[in-house]
Ligand binder design. Structure first.
Ligand code: GLU
Length: 454
Protein backbone atom coordinates (compact mmCIF):
# COMPACT_ATOMS: atom_id res chain seq x y z
CA UNK A 1 0.00 0.00 0.00
CA UNK A 2 1.34 3.42 -0.93
CA UNK A 3 1.85 5.50 2.21
CA UNK A 4 0.07 8.85 2.31
CA UNK A 5 1.50 11.58 4.48
CA UNK A 6 0.67 15.17 5.09
CA UNK A 7 2.11 18.26 6.66
CA UNK A 8 -0.72 20.23 8.21
CA UNK A 9 0.40 23.64 9.43
CA UNK A 10 -2.08 26.20 10.68
CA UNK A 11 -1.42 29.39 8.70
CA UNK A 12 -1.47 31.51 11.84
CA UNK A 13 2.22 32.34 11.82
CA UNK A 14 5.51 31.69 10.12
CA UNK A 15 7.20 28.37 9.65
CA UNK A 16 9.91 28.01 12.27
CA UNK A 17 12.51 25.32 12.77
CA UNK A 18 10.26 23.49 15.23
CA UNK A 19 7.35 22.92 12.87
CA UNK A 20 9.75 22.58 9.96
CA UNK A 21 11.12 19.49 11.64
CA UNK A 22 7.63 17.96 11.53
CA UNK A 23 7.35 18.90 7.86
CA UNK A 24 10.72 17.39 6.98
CA UNK A 25 10.12 14.12 8.84
CA UNK A 26 6.79 13.61 7.04
CA UNK A 27 8.24 14.61 3.69
CA UNK A 28 11.23 12.30 4.00
CA UNK A 29 9.08 9.40 5.17
CA UNK A 30 6.90 9.77 2.07
CA UNK A 31 9.97 10.06 -0.13
CA UNK A 32 11.72 7.08 1.36
CA UNK A 33 8.68 4.85 0.91
CA UNK A 34 7.57 6.12 -2.49
CA UNK A 35 4.51 7.69 -0.89
CA UNK A 36 2.24 10.67 -1.47
CA UNK A 37 2.76 13.94 0.33
CA UNK A 38 -0.02 16.43 0.90
CA UNK A 39 0.25 20.02 2.10
CA UNK A 40 -2.84 20.72 4.15
CA UNK A 41 -3.56 24.13 5.59
CA UNK A 42 -5.43 23.86 8.88
CA UNK A 43 -7.14 27.22 8.68
CA UNK A 44 -10.09 26.56 10.99
CA UNK A 45 -9.07 29.47 13.19
CA UNK A 46 -10.52 32.08 10.87
CA UNK A 47 -9.42 35.06 12.87
CA UNK A 48 -5.77 34.20 13.07
CA UNK A 49 -5.29 32.38 9.73
CA UNK A 50 -4.18 34.54 6.82
CA UNK A 51 -3.47 34.03 3.12
CA UNK A 52 -0.11 35.70 3.65
CA UNK A 53 0.99 33.15 6.21
CA UNK A 54 -0.27 30.33 3.95
CA UNK A 55 1.68 31.71 0.97
CA UNK A 56 4.81 32.20 3.05
CA UNK A 57 4.65 28.62 4.36
CA UNK A 58 4.36 27.26 0.80
CA UNK A 59 7.21 29.49 -0.35
CA UNK A 60 9.42 28.38 2.53
CA UNK A 61 8.76 24.73 1.71
CA UNK A 62 9.50 25.30 -1.97
CA UNK A 63 12.73 27.06 -1.09
CA UNK A 64 13.69 24.03 0.91
CA UNK A 65 13.15 21.82 -2.14
CA UNK A 66 9.80 20.28 -1.23
CA UNK A 67 7.32 19.25 -3.88
CA UNK A 68 3.88 18.02 -2.97
CA UNK A 69 1.37 15.79 -4.68
CA UNK A 70 -1.64 17.70 -3.46
CA UNK A 71 -2.70 20.73 -1.50
CA UNK A 72 -5.88 21.30 0.50
CA UNK A 73 -7.25 23.80 2.91
CA UNK A 74 -9.81 23.15 5.57
CA UNK A 75 -11.85 26.27 4.88
CA UNK A 76 -12.81 24.68 1.51
CA UNK A 77 -14.15 21.54 3.12
CA UNK A 78 -16.99 22.73 5.36
CA UNK A 79 -19.58 20.58 3.57
CA UNK A 80 -17.60 17.44 4.38
CA UNK A 81 -17.30 18.40 8.05
CA UNK A 82 -21.04 19.06 8.21
CA UNK A 83 -21.76 15.62 6.77
CA UNK A 84 -19.38 13.94 9.19
CA UNK A 85 -20.94 15.86 12.09
CA UNK A 86 -24.38 14.59 11.07
CA UNK A 87 -23.00 11.07 11.04
CA UNK A 88 -21.75 11.48 14.62
CA UNK A 89 -25.01 13.08 15.77
CA UNK A 90 -26.99 10.20 14.30
CA UNK A 91 -24.79 7.77 16.20
CA UNK A 92 -25.32 9.70 19.45
CA UNK A 93 -21.65 10.68 19.62
CA UNK A 94 -22.06 14.43 19.12
CA UNK A 95 -24.30 16.32 21.49
CA UNK A 96 -25.46 19.89 21.95
CA UNK A 97 -24.27 21.85 24.97
CA UNK A 98 -25.45 25.27 26.09
CA UNK A 99 -23.13 26.25 28.90
CA UNK A 100 -21.48 29.64 28.68
CA UNK A 101 -17.73 29.90 29.30
CA UNK A 102 -18.52 31.50 32.67
CA UNK A 103 -20.75 28.63 33.73
CA UNK A 104 -18.09 26.11 32.72
CA UNK A 105 -15.47 28.04 34.61
CA UNK A 106 -17.54 28.14 37.80
CA UNK A 107 -18.20 24.42 37.51
CA UNK A 108 -14.51 23.67 37.06
CA UNK A 109 -13.65 25.70 40.14
CA UNK A 110 -16.25 23.86 42.21
CA UNK A 111 -14.89 20.51 41.03
CA UNK A 112 -11.34 21.50 41.90
CA UNK A 113 -12.39 22.85 45.30
CA UNK A 114 -14.00 19.53 46.16
CA UNK A 115 -10.99 17.57 44.94
CA UNK A 116 -12.62 16.22 41.77
CA UNK A 117 -10.92 16.27 38.35
CA UNK A 118 -12.09 19.32 36.36
CA UNK A 119 -13.62 17.40 33.49
CA UNK A 120 -16.87 18.25 31.77
CA UNK A 121 -19.72 16.57 33.70
CA UNK A 122 -21.93 15.89 30.66
CA UNK A 123 -24.71 17.93 32.18
CA UNK A 124 -25.98 18.61 28.66
CA UNK A 125 -26.67 14.92 28.14
CA UNK A 126 -29.15 15.07 31.01
CA UNK A 127 -31.18 17.95 29.57
CA UNK A 128 -34.81 17.11 28.87
CA UNK A 129 -36.32 18.04 25.51
CA UNK A 130 -38.23 20.88 27.19
CA UNK A 131 -35.09 22.26 28.84
CA UNK A 132 -33.28 22.15 25.54
CA UNK A 133 -36.16 23.89 23.75
CA UNK A 134 -36.24 26.59 26.44
CA UNK A 135 -32.49 27.26 26.09
CA UNK A 136 -32.85 27.50 22.33
CA UNK A 137 -35.81 29.85 22.71
CA UNK A 138 -33.60 32.06 24.91
CA UNK A 139 -31.42 32.43 21.84
CA UNK A 140 -28.57 30.27 23.10
CA UNK A 141 -26.72 28.63 20.22
CA UNK A 142 -25.30 25.22 21.13
CA UNK A 143 -21.72 24.12 20.84
CA UNK A 144 -21.21 20.44 20.19
CA UNK A 145 -19.17 17.93 22.12
CA UNK A 146 -17.91 14.55 21.04
CA UNK A 147 -18.98 11.89 23.50
CA UNK A 148 -15.80 9.98 24.20
CA UNK A 149 -16.10 6.24 24.34
CA UNK A 150 -15.29 6.07 28.04
CA UNK A 151 -18.41 4.72 29.68
CA UNK A 152 -16.83 1.37 30.32
CA UNK A 153 -18.98 -1.70 30.76
CA UNK A 154 -21.70 0.24 32.56
CA UNK A 155 -22.50 2.24 29.45
CA UNK A 156 -23.41 5.04 31.82
CA UNK A 157 -22.87 8.72 31.62
CA UNK A 158 -20.04 8.87 34.14
CA UNK A 159 -16.64 8.46 32.50
CA UNK A 160 -14.72 5.37 33.52
CA UNK A 161 -11.07 4.59 33.14
CA UNK A 162 -10.72 3.62 29.44
CA UNK A 163 -7.37 3.34 27.77
CA UNK A 164 -6.92 4.10 24.11
CA UNK A 165 -3.69 2.50 22.94
CA UNK A 166 -1.52 2.76 19.86
CA UNK A 167 1.90 1.59 18.85
CA UNK A 168 3.70 4.89 18.32
CA UNK A 169 6.38 4.65 15.63
CA UNK A 170 8.72 6.75 17.79
CA UNK A 171 7.53 6.34 21.38
CA UNK A 172 6.46 2.70 21.33
CA UNK A 173 3.30 1.61 23.15
CA UNK A 174 1.22 4.60 24.22
CA UNK A 175 -2.00 4.88 26.13
CA UNK A 176 -4.30 7.77 26.89
CA UNK A 177 -7.05 7.38 29.48
CA UNK A 178 -10.23 8.73 27.91
CA UNK A 179 -11.84 8.58 31.34
CA UNK A 180 -9.65 11.46 32.47
CA UNK A 181 -10.63 13.80 29.64
CA UNK A 182 -13.53 16.16 28.99
CA UNK A 183 -15.62 15.42 25.94
CA UNK A 184 -13.96 17.72 23.40
CA UNK A 185 -15.88 20.49 21.68
CA UNK A 186 -15.87 19.78 17.94
CA UNK A 187 -18.18 22.58 16.81
CA UNK A 188 -18.21 26.05 18.34
CA UNK A 189 -21.41 27.96 19.03
CA UNK A 190 -20.77 30.03 15.90
CA UNK A 191 -20.86 26.84 13.83
CA UNK A 192 -17.13 26.68 13.11
CA UNK A 193 -15.31 23.39 13.46
CA UNK A 194 -12.30 22.65 15.61
CA UNK A 195 -9.05 21.14 14.43
CA UNK A 196 -9.51 17.97 16.50
CA UNK A 197 -12.43 17.07 14.26
CA UNK A 198 -11.49 18.53 10.87
CA UNK A 199 -8.10 16.85 10.99
CA UNK A 200 -9.63 13.41 11.43
CA UNK A 201 -12.20 13.94 8.66
CA UNK A 202 -9.41 15.06 6.34
CA UNK A 203 -7.10 12.24 7.30
CA UNK A 204 -9.88 9.78 6.47
CA UNK A 205 -10.87 11.47 3.20
CA UNK A 206 -7.29 11.86 1.96
CA UNK A 207 -6.39 8.32 2.92
CA UNK A 208 -3.62 9.37 5.28
CA UNK A 209 -1.76 6.28 6.45
CA UNK A 210 0.96 7.85 8.63
CA UNK A 211 0.98 10.91 10.87
CA UNK A 212 4.23 12.23 12.29
CA UNK A 213 3.80 15.19 14.61
CA UNK A 214 5.04 16.78 17.82
CA UNK A 215 4.54 15.19 21.19
CA UNK A 216 2.32 18.12 22.19
CA UNK A 217 -0.35 16.15 20.29
CA UNK A 218 -0.18 12.92 22.30
CA UNK A 219 -3.40 13.56 24.25
CA UNK A 220 -5.10 14.73 21.04
CA UNK A 221 -4.15 11.41 19.53
CA UNK A 222 -6.08 9.55 22.23
CA UNK A 223 -9.17 11.59 21.38
CA UNK A 224 -8.62 11.38 17.64
CA UNK A 225 -8.13 7.62 17.64
CA UNK A 226 -11.57 7.43 19.27
CA UNK A 227 -12.92 9.81 16.61
CA UNK A 228 -11.52 7.74 13.75
CA UNK A 229 -13.34 4.75 15.17
CA UNK A 230 -16.56 6.70 15.72
CA UNK A 231 -16.43 7.69 12.04
CA UNK A 232 -15.94 4.07 11.06
CA UNK A 233 -12.29 4.40 10.03
CA UNK A 234 -9.07 2.72 11.04
CA UNK A 235 -6.65 5.22 12.61
CA UNK A 236 -3.39 5.78 10.70
CA UNK A 237 -0.01 4.80 12.10
CA UNK A 238 1.12 7.62 14.37
CA UNK A 239 4.50 8.88 15.55
CA UNK A 240 5.17 11.72 17.99
CA UNK A 241 8.59 13.32 17.99
CA UNK A 242 9.99 15.32 20.89
CA UNK A 243 9.90 19.07 20.48
CA UNK A 244 12.86 21.25 19.64
CA UNK A 245 13.80 23.89 22.12
CA UNK A 246 15.60 27.06 21.10
CA UNK A 247 18.99 27.82 22.58
CA UNK A 248 19.81 31.01 24.44
CA UNK A 249 17.02 33.52 24.71
CA UNK A 250 15.68 32.83 21.23
CA UNK A 251 12.04 31.84 20.91
CA UNK A 252 10.69 28.86 18.97
CA UNK A 253 7.32 30.36 18.20
CA UNK A 254 5.21 31.18 15.19
CA UNK A 255 4.98 34.80 16.09
CA UNK A 256 8.58 35.45 16.93
CA UNK A 257 10.85 35.90 13.93
CA UNK A 258 13.81 34.41 15.85
CA UNK A 259 13.54 30.94 14.43
CA UNK A 260 11.54 31.75 11.30
CA UNK A 261 12.71 29.91 8.23
CA UNK A 262 12.16 32.93 6.01
CA UNK A 263 14.97 34.67 7.92
CA UNK A 264 17.40 31.95 6.93
CA UNK A 265 17.67 32.46 3.20
CA UNK A 266 21.43 32.96 3.43
CA UNK A 267 21.71 29.29 4.36
CA UNK A 268 21.72 26.34 1.97
CA UNK A 269 18.36 24.51 1.89
CA UNK A 270 19.93 21.06 2.16
CA UNK A 271 22.01 22.10 5.17
CA UNK A 272 18.81 23.29 6.86
CA UNK A 273 16.90 20.13 5.89
CA UNK A 274 19.76 17.90 7.08
CA UNK A 275 19.97 19.71 10.38
CA UNK A 276 16.28 19.57 11.22
CA UNK A 277 15.99 15.95 10.06
CA UNK A 278 18.96 14.67 12.04
CA UNK A 279 18.88 16.79 15.19
CA UNK A 280 17.35 14.81 18.03
CA UNK A 281 18.17 11.47 16.44
CA UNK A 282 20.86 8.94 17.27
CA UNK A 283 22.45 9.58 13.83
CA UNK A 284 25.38 11.96 13.41
CA UNK A 285 24.35 15.31 11.96
CA UNK A 286 25.94 15.33 8.51
CA UNK A 287 25.09 17.61 5.61
CA UNK A 288 23.34 15.49 2.98
CA UNK A 289 23.40 16.70 -0.61
CA UNK A 290 19.89 15.77 -1.67
CA UNK A 291 16.47 14.99 -0.22
CA UNK A 292 16.77 11.47 -1.62
CA UNK A 293 20.03 10.92 0.21
CA UNK A 294 18.56 12.36 3.41
CA UNK A 295 15.41 10.27 3.01
CA UNK A 296 17.45 7.10 2.74
CA UNK A 297 18.90 7.88 6.19
CA UNK A 298 15.55 8.44 7.87
CA UNK A 299 14.67 5.88 10.49
CA UNK A 300 11.92 6.81 12.95
CA UNK A 301 13.30 4.39 15.50
CA UNK A 302 16.38 6.65 15.69
CA UNK A 303 14.32 9.70 16.64
CA UNK A 304 14.79 10.50 20.30
CA UNK A 305 11.93 10.90 22.75
CA UNK A 306 13.68 13.64 24.67
CA UNK A 307 13.75 17.28 23.62
CA UNK A 308 16.57 18.35 21.32
CA UNK A 309 18.13 21.76 21.56
CA UNK A 310 18.24 23.73 18.34
CA UNK A 311 21.50 25.61 18.06
CA UNK A 312 21.81 28.21 15.32
CA UNK A 313 25.61 28.13 15.62
CA UNK A 314 25.58 24.40 14.96
CA UNK A 315 23.36 24.88 11.92
CA UNK A 316 25.68 27.58 10.57
CA UNK A 317 28.68 25.29 11.04
CA UNK A 318 26.83 22.55 9.15
CA UNK A 319 26.05 25.04 6.39
CA UNK A 320 29.76 25.84 6.08
CA UNK A 321 30.62 22.13 5.90
CA UNK A 322 27.99 21.68 3.22
CA UNK A 323 29.53 24.46 1.12
CA UNK A 324 33.10 23.22 1.64
CA UNK A 325 32.10 19.96 -0.07
CA UNK A 326 29.94 21.50 -2.78
CA UNK A 327 31.11 20.67 -6.30
CA UNK A 328 31.38 23.50 -8.83
CA UNK A 329 28.51 22.15 -10.93
CA UNK A 330 26.05 22.81 -8.11
CA UNK A 331 26.93 26.49 -7.81
CA UNK A 332 28.05 27.45 -11.34
CA UNK A 333 24.77 29.19 -12.15
CA UNK A 334 24.69 31.07 -8.88
CA UNK A 335 28.25 32.31 -9.42
CA UNK A 336 27.38 33.43 -12.94
CA UNK A 337 24.27 35.20 -11.65
CA UNK A 338 26.51 37.20 -9.34
CA UNK A 339 28.75 38.14 -12.27
CA UNK A 340 31.59 36.00 -10.94
CA UNK A 341 33.55 34.62 -13.87
CA UNK A 342 36.32 32.75 -12.13
CA UNK A 343 34.91 29.35 -13.02
CA UNK A 344 35.76 26.15 -11.25
CA UNK A 345 39.27 27.29 -10.26
CA UNK A 346 37.82 30.21 -8.31
CA UNK A 347 35.16 28.10 -6.56
CA UNK A 348 37.60 25.36 -5.59
CA UNK A 349 40.03 27.98 -4.29
CA UNK A 350 37.52 29.74 -2.04
CA UNK A 351 34.81 27.22 -1.06
CA UNK A 352 36.75 26.14 2.03
CA UNK A 353 36.62 29.72 3.28
CA UNK A 354 32.95 30.53 3.00
CA UNK A 355 30.39 30.06 5.77
CA UNK A 356 27.49 31.26 3.67
CA UNK A 357 27.45 31.36 -0.12
CA UNK A 358 27.48 35.16 -0.28
CA UNK A 359 30.94 35.12 1.29
CA UNK A 360 32.22 34.44 -2.25
CA UNK A 361 31.68 38.15 -2.96
CA UNK A 362 34.54 39.11 -0.67
CA UNK A 363 36.93 36.64 -2.28
CA UNK A 364 35.89 37.72 -5.77
CA UNK A 365 36.80 41.25 -4.77
CA UNK A 366 40.25 40.00 -3.74
CA UNK A 367 40.70 38.15 -7.02
CA UNK A 368 39.10 40.47 -9.52
CA UNK A 369 38.46 43.87 -8.02
CA UNK A 370 40.26 46.49 -5.99
CA UNK A 371 41.40 46.08 -2.43
CA UNK A 372 43.61 48.28 -0.30
CA UNK A 373 46.60 46.09 0.59
CA UNK A 374 47.83 45.95 4.16
CA UNK A 375 51.55 46.73 4.20
CA UNK A 376 53.56 45.39 7.13
CA UNK A 377 57.08 45.78 5.76
CA UNK A 378 57.45 47.71 2.52
CA UNK A 379 61.12 46.85 2.11
CA UNK A 380 60.48 43.13 2.38
CA UNK A 381 57.62 43.40 -0.14
CA UNK A 382 59.83 45.28 -2.61
CA UNK A 383 62.36 42.45 -2.43
CA UNK A 384 59.56 39.93 -2.97
CA UNK A 385 58.31 41.90 -6.00
CA UNK A 386 61.78 41.83 -7.51
CA UNK A 387 61.76 38.01 -7.66
CA UNK A 388 58.15 37.57 -8.79
CA UNK A 389 58.11 35.00 -11.62
CA UNK A 390 56.96 35.92 -15.11
CA UNK A 391 53.59 34.66 -16.31
CA UNK A 392 52.09 32.22 -17.26
CA UNK A 393 51.30 31.22 -13.68
CA UNK A 394 50.09 27.94 -12.37
CA UNK A 395 49.84 25.79 -9.25
CA UNK A 396 53.62 25.78 -8.74
CA UNK A 397 54.10 29.56 -9.03
CA UNK A 398 53.46 30.24 -5.33
CA UNK A 399 56.15 27.82 -4.09
CA UNK A 400 58.61 28.90 -6.81
CA UNK A 401 58.09 32.50 -5.79
CA UNK A 402 58.20 32.04 -2.01
CA UNK A 403 61.35 29.92 -2.32
CA UNK A 404 62.92 32.78 -4.24
CA UNK A 405 61.73 35.33 -1.62
CA UNK A 406 63.14 33.14 1.13
CA UNK A 407 66.50 32.95 -0.65
CA UNK A 408 66.53 36.73 -1.22
CA UNK A 409 65.47 37.80 2.29
CA UNK A 410 66.22 34.90 4.63
CA UNK A 411 62.60 35.10 5.90
CA UNK A 412 60.77 31.88 6.59
CA UNK A 413 57.57 30.58 8.16
CA UNK A 414 55.15 33.22 9.33
CA UNK A 415 57.61 36.06 8.67
CA UNK A 416 57.65 35.01 5.03
CA UNK A 417 53.99 34.23 4.41
CA UNK A 418 52.10 36.65 6.63
CA UNK A 419 53.23 39.94 5.02
CA UNK A 420 52.57 38.47 1.58
CA UNK A 421 49.04 37.38 2.51
CA UNK A 422 48.24 40.78 4.03
CA UNK A 423 49.52 42.62 0.97
CA UNK A 424 47.75 40.38 -1.55
CA UNK A 425 44.42 39.86 0.21
CA UNK A 426 44.25 42.45 3.01
CA UNK A 427 43.09 39.57 5.24
CA UNK A 428 44.72 37.70 8.08
CA UNK A 429 43.60 34.36 6.73
CA UNK A 430 41.82 32.88 3.77
CA UNK A 431 42.15 30.47 0.87
CA UNK A 432 45.48 28.94 0.00
CA UNK A 433 47.62 31.52 -1.77
CA UNK A 434 48.85 28.79 -4.09
CA UNK A 435 45.35 28.77 -5.60
CA UNK A 436 44.63 32.49 -5.31
CA UNK A 437 47.85 33.78 -6.83
CA UNK A 438 47.18 32.74 -10.44
CA UNK A 439 43.61 34.06 -10.12
CA UNK A 440 44.83 37.49 -8.95
CA UNK A 441 47.43 37.74 -11.72
CA UNK A 442 50.86 39.37 -11.92
CA UNK A 443 49.79 42.94 -12.57
CA UNK A 444 47.60 43.20 -9.46
CA UNK A 445 50.13 41.34 -7.35
CA UNK A 446 52.86 43.80 -8.28
CA UNK A 447 50.64 46.81 -7.57
CA UNK A 448 49.54 45.43 -4.18
CA UNK A 449 53.12 44.60 -3.18
CA UNK A 450 53.89 48.28 -3.89
CA UNK A 451 51.08 49.29 -1.53
CA UNK A 452 48.72 50.47 -4.27
CA UNK A 453 44.99 49.88 -4.22
CA UNK A 454 44.48 47.38 -7.03
N1 GLU B 1 -2.55 22.02 12.45
C1 GLU B 1 -2.02 21.13 13.44
C2 GLU B 1 -0.78 21.78 14.04
O1 GLU B 1 -0.18 22.61 13.40
C3 GLU B 1 -1.67 19.82 12.80
C4 GLU B 1 -1.38 18.73 13.77
C5 GLU B 1 -1.42 17.39 13.06
O2 GLU B 1 -0.44 17.06 12.41
O3 GLU B 1 -2.42 16.72 13.14
O4 GLU B 1 -0.43 21.50 15.16
Amino acid sequence: MTPHLRFAPSPTGYLHYGNLRTAVLNYLYAKKHGGHFLLRLDDTDRERSTEEFAAQIAEDLRWLGFTWDGQAKQSDRTARYEAAAEQLKAAGRLYACFETPDELDRRRKRQLASGRPPIYDRAALKLTDEERARLEAEGRAPHWRFRLDNSGASGGIVPEHTNVAWDDLIRGNQTVDLGSLSDPVLIRADGTFLYTFTSVVDDIDFGITHIIRGEDHVTNTGVQVDLFKALGAKPPAIAHHALLTASGDLKMSKRSGDMALMNSRELEPMAVASYVALIGTSDAIEPMRSMDELASMLDLSHVSTSAARFDLGELKALNARFLHATPYGEVADRLTAKGIGGGEAFWLAVRGNVSVFDDVDGWWRVVDQEIAPVIEDAEFLAKAAAVLPAEPWGEATWSDWTNAVKAATGAKGKALFHPLRLALTAQESGPELKALLPLIGREKVLARLAGKTA
